[in-house]
Every structure is written in C-alpha cells, then in structure tokens.
Design a protein around this ligand. Structure first.
Ligand code: CP
Ligand code: NVA
Length: 323
C-alpha cells in the first residue's frame, strides 16, 4: 500500500507522473470516473474516501469532496467532535475499522506520528491533508501552478519567506528539490527549518540538480527569484503567539518592495488563507504577479491525481485513462 504522508513519499519521477496526471485531469475535469465502479453497478460499486478534519479547513475540505465526486466516488467528511477518533478510540483501531469500509483515508491532524500510525495499520492509502510538519497536497498544487505559469519547475528558484519552521516551509523544501528547484527559505532565527528536513532536502537535491539555501536574510532569498511564496505567520494551533509573531516576522513580508527584487516575471504563491498587511501586502496578493487563485483551484486537480495514483500503485484500482 502506498501512502502520501510527506513530500518525500514521491520520487522525482513519481512526482512528475502525478503532476502530469493532474494536468490531464484539469484539462478534462469530468472525464475521469475512475472511482465510479463498473457501469450500471451504481453507487454500491463506487469508491468511498474518508476525509477527517482535526483542524479547520476550507480549500482542503471542498477540494477533496468535489474531487472525489468528480471521480465518481463518495466523499465521507468526518469532523472530530462527531466521531470517536482521538478521544474514545486509538488511531490504530480507527485504521483497522476504516480500512474495511473505505478505499482511502485522508486526514488533517496535528502530529505527523498520528498519520504514520494510521498508515501502519491501514491497508488502504493514507493521505496527509496537513499536519504540524507537512502539507504535501498543497505542494502538488503549487508545483502544478508553477508549471502552468513558467512551463517547468527544474532549474527555477523559489524563495519562501516568513515562518520557515512550519509545515509549508518543510514541504516547500522537500517537494521543491524533488521537482529540481533551487529552494531558498528565509525566516528569523528560531523559526528556521530543522536539521533533519534540511539534510533530507539536500540529499534529494543531489539527485535532481536542485539546491537548498536557508538564511535569515530576506534580501538574499528574494534576489532574482522566479517564484515567491509565503504563508501565515500564525499557523493553526499557534493562535496564542499571534502578537509576538507579527513583530518577529515583519521583515519577511512579501510586499511591493520585496517583489521588485525578484525576477521580472516572478509569480507569487500563497497557500491561503492569507492575512493582507501581515505576511503579504494587498497590492501583491491582488496584483498581476499573484497566481494564488490558480493555486487554490489546483488543489482539486492535484488531489484527484494523487488519490487515483495511490490506489493504482496499491493495486486497488486499474485504469489510468479517462473513462
Ligand atoms: N491551503 C489550505 O490548506 O487551506 P484550508 O486550510 O482552507 O484547507
Ligand atoms: N501553516 C498553515 C497552513 C494553512 C493551510 C497552518 O498550518 O495553519
């Protein structure tokens, strides 16, 4: 069984294959009914995907629900207060039950260890829909967006500014080098990526021709970059630290002055939700170089592709072609 728990779970070739499939699915949104089961068998033969949310969500919730429906499957959205997960029943027992009934488990949660435990006990694919450490589905959407606007990923420079110790920073590092990009990550001291993630990114970069730069200098990261990216300074679960964080991160905002030092045709990414006037200025996010709405839409296409691909790889689904 193949799972998608971190960005490293796809090799460079596999990541490219999933992105190709996502582009094909985007070009023919309703053409891939691979979760619908045999013609005439009705919904009884179609695939059900459990999508569990321990944290709030707009894009992830809607893109998975709509994407599973596009594929002809049944989305089962589970909110924590409405299930036994986490408070009355262990992750392992939850996995043992769900794998008997559903065909894939998608989970947004806090600890990465929980996802690893779910995967260990599940015979069906488990997909990380955001944890404290990684947001790999978002990165598939981001890379698809970079491909669409720059025609490629390999050899491009991406600068991520802000909270460089959060889930998005980690995923940018790992997925970016997997795509052959030169990754620059800038944040204040104390908010830089951990050694293990940086080492893993450097190791993968050797195979793809990408590279990794971690710095406290926003200017160094921005200089001539092809893609700029940022994320909220206050991730889910950090709400108490809001006031302190705003002061620390201020020099890493993506505003008009920052954008002016990037490459002339640079594009700007933000996974959203965005806080205008904090990590990104209104002029930049609402300006001509921003591609954040394409990026948001691409969650749908990228997740359809990864769901389908994991099931095929796991021997749970056959066709890769439109049905
Ligand atoms: N970008 C993202 O994951 O958005 P949601 O929190 O709304 O799902
Ligand atoms: N870093 C943010 C991403 C939101 C999609 C968070 O974890 O809240």
């Amino acid at each position: 069984t193949r799972h998608f728990l971190t960005d490293l779970d796809l090799s460079p070739a596999e990541q490219a294959e999933v992105l190709d499939l996502a582009a094909a699915m985007k070009a023919d949104r309703y053409g891939y009914r691979t979760y619908a089961g045999p013609a005439g068998a009705g919904t009884a033969a179609s695939k059900t995907v459990a999508v569990i949310f321990d944290k709030t969500s707009t894009r992830t919730r809607v893109s998975f629900a709509a994407g599973i429906a596009d594929l002809g499957g049944n989305p089962l959205i589970i909110n924590p207060g409405e299930s036994q997960i986490g408070h009355k029943e262990s992750v392992a027992d939850t996995a043992r039950v769900l794998e008997r009934m559903v065909h894939t488990i998608v989970w947004r949660t806090y600890a990465q260890a929980g996802l690893e435990e779910m995967a260990r006990y599940s015979a069906v694919p488990v997909i990380n829909a955001l944890s404290d450490d990684y947001h790999p589905c978002q990165l598939l959407a981001d890379l698809l967006t970079v491909r669409e606007h720059h025609g490629r990923t390999a050899g491009l420079t991406l600068a991520y500014l802000g909270d460089a110790a959060n889930n998005m920073a980690n995923s940018y590092l790992l997925a970016g080098v997997t795509a052959g990009m030169h990754m620059r990550v800038a944040g204040p001291d104390g908010y830089l990526p951990g050694e293990a993630v940086v080492a893993a990114a450097r190791e993968r970069a050797q195979a793809t021709g990408g590279s990794v730069l971690v710095t406290t200098s926003a200017a160094e990261a921005l200089d001539g970059a092809d893609v700029l990216a940022t994320d909220t300074w206050v991730s889910m679960g950090q709400e108490d630290e809001k006031a302190d964080r705003a002061d620390v991160f201020r020099p890493y905002a993506i505003d008009e002055a920052a954008l002016a030092t990037a490459a002339p045709g640079a594009i700007v990414l933000h996974c959203l939700p965005a806080y205008r006037g904090y990590e990104i200025s209104a002029g930049v996010i609402d300006g001509p170089q921003s591609v954040v709405w394409d990026e948001a839409e691409n969650r749908l296409h990228a997740q359809k592709a990864i769901m389908h691909w994991l099931m095929v790889q796991s021997g749970l689904l056959e066709a890769t072609s439109p049905a």
